[in-house]
Design a binder for this molecule. Structure first.
Ligand code: FES
Length: 133
C-alpha cells in the first residue's frame, strides 16, 4: 500500500478508464487507474477488465475491492467468473477457485495471483506486478 501511495505521489494528474498511471522499472510493476467505482461496477459486483494485456477479475466487497489475474495456476489456461456458482472456473481441467482466490476443485493447488487495489479521489487503482514493458 505504501508503495502505491509513493507511486501516486510521483504520478501527477489523473487519466481515464484503465489507463496506465505509473511504472516502477525495478519491480516490473504498473499502477492503473481503472475508474470510479460506480462506473467500474455498473453491471454488478464482479467485472473483468484487461490491464497490461492481462484479464483481471475485480470483486467488489463491502469495504474494499480485490483483483485476481484470470490465469489458472495449474497450467495457465484462461479463467472465467461463473456467476451461478460464485466461483472462478477453468475449462481446461475443471479447476475452480473461490472469490478469495483459493483453489476449491480440480488440480490447481496454488491460489490465484492477487493484485493490490487502492483508491484515489473515488477512482479504483490496481497495481499489476510482473507487468510487461
Ligand atoms: S489449467 Fe486450469 S485446471 Fe488445469
Amino acid at each position: 500500500m505504501r508503495s502505491i501511495v509513493a507511486l501516486l505521489g510521483a504520478a501527477g494528474t489523473a487519466v481515464g478508464l484503465e489507463k496506465f498511471l505509473t511504472t516502477d522499472n525495478r519491480t516490473s510493476s504498473k499502477t492503473y487507474r481503472v475508474g470510479p467505482l460506480d462506473q467500474v461496477f455498473s453491471q454488478g459486483a464482479r467485472t473483468t477488465v484487461h490491464l497490461d494485456g492481462k484479464p483481471v477479475l475485480l470483486v467488489r466487497r463491502t469495504e474494499d475491492v480485490i483483483a485476481f489475474d484470470l490465469t489458472c495456476t495449474h497450467a495457465g489456461c484462461p479463467l472465467a467468473y461463473n456467476a451461478n456458482g460464485g466461483r472462478i472456473t477453468c475449462a481446461c481441467h475443471g479447476g475452480a477457485f473461490d472469490l478469495n482466490g483459493k483453489p476449491v476443485a480440480g488440480p490447481p493447488t496454488v491460489p490465484l495471483t492477487r493484485y493490490a487495489c487502492a483508491f484515489d479521489n473515488g477512482d479504483l487503482l490496481v497495481h499489476i506486478t510482473g507487468a510487461t514493458s
